[in-house]
Design a protein around this ligand. Structure first.
Ligand code: ZN
Length: 133
């Protein structure tokens, strides 16, 4: 498999609009719009940051994965996304290597990217997302 770069860093926030104020007004990043991803029960905002991006995630439901993450850990970094060349092949390879996959097959995430998550149990404690655009 080939990892091309850190695609984005996913940050769980309680309130997207309030968080955006900090990232745009204080840090001076630009928000490229927000999007609701129903399947994951999140509203997300992407902020380009050099060659990669920050992804702010707010839960749209109290039982969504982001709400549960915040309940357990508080706000903060929730996942790191690596951009790969061919996500299907990467998943096949990782499975062969004994990596536990959360998504056996890629699904569509924000911005129409193909994404799949790897279980933190086999990635040294980091929730890794693979992404192909
Ligand atoms: Zn992500």
């Amino acid at each position: 498999m080939k990892v091309l770069k850190v695609d984005h860093i996913g940050i769980a926030v309680k309130n997207l609009d309030e968080s955006l104020k900090f990232y745009t007004e204080v840090l001076g990043l630009k928000c490229e719009g927000t999007e609701v991803v129903e399947e994951q029960k999140v509203r997300v905002a992407f902020l380009p940051c050099g060659d990669s991006e920050l992804e702010l995630l707010e839960s749209t439901s109290p039982d969504g994965p982001i709400a549960r993450f915040i309940e357990k850990n508080g706000e903060g970094i929730q996942h790191i996304a690596l951009r790969v060349e061919n996500i299907e092949r990467a998943l096949e390879y990782l499975k062969e290597q004994g990596v536990r996959l959360i998504d056996e097959k890629p699904r569509y995430g924000a911005g129409g990217a193909k994404i799949a998550f790897l279980h933190p149990k086999t990635t040294k404690g980091v929730l890794l997302e693979l992404s192909e655009r």
